[in-house]
Design a protein around this ligand. Sequence first.
Ligand SMILES: O=P(O)(O)O[C@H]1O[C@H](CO)[C@@H](O)[C@H]1O
Ligand SMILES: O=c1cc[nH]c(=O)[nH]1
Length: 235
Amino acid sequence: MSRHLGAKKGEVADIVLLPGDPLRAKFVAEHFLDEVNCYNEVRGMYGYTGLYKGIRVSVQGTGMGNPSMSIYATELIVDYEVKKLIRIGTCGAMQKEINIRDIVIAQAVSSDSNMTDKIFHGCNYAPTADFSLLMKAYQQAQTKQVSVFVGNIYNSDEFYRENLDRLHKFMDFGVLAVEMESTALYTLAAKYGVKVLSILTVGSQLLTQEHLTHQESEQSFYEMVEIALNAAIES
Ligand SMILES: O=P(O)(O)O[C@H]1O[C@H](CO)[C@@H](O)[C@H]1O
Ligand SMILES: O=c1cc[nH]c(=O)[nH]1
């Protein structure tokens, strides 16, 4: 067991998918994995291990925001020796050509979080995806009836904001979408030398103010999860 996970040694696979919502972890386990074992219920942050196409894969909820992600990512890597971590999240689209239900793959992460400053003391570190995972995920996405965008995303410590001024600056510089966990995830993966990628389904469009309901979001996760699973086992 680790501080926040109840799994015994060996119960977590080398490959872990990471949704923010623990109920998305349950959904993935129920719909995509065989021979499933629930290894964590601590704090209701469900974690499961099962088989996908005969290969062991885990799926672990992370909660929302960089601090929560950093706890789970650190323990998965340090205590359970996980080697590939793929976030399967939702995001808000920041460019007009990106629509609800499209997929965004995070090649790099810009941020308003001071996570990396705590490590790099005033210098800018650019958290980036693992290239082999990124390439496989992009190839997988191209086999599906889904629009996929690859590029820079915006990671934020805020969901509700005073105003959208800062977001508009990042939009002007071509940033694709906003979410809240990838700075911590990519930076920790680099620190520990493991593979990482964030794949995001667009749940809201910030320019048009459209958004999916919770139930609609769930239905649009299928493509993202299949892309993540196949990229993970092939890379
Ligand atoms: O759907 P998840 O994976 O939680 O991701 C996004 O949704 C949450 C905000 O609603 C934040 O965690 C953000 O990053
Ligand atoms: O972090 C997020 C995720 C989805 N939509 C947003 O506006 N922000």
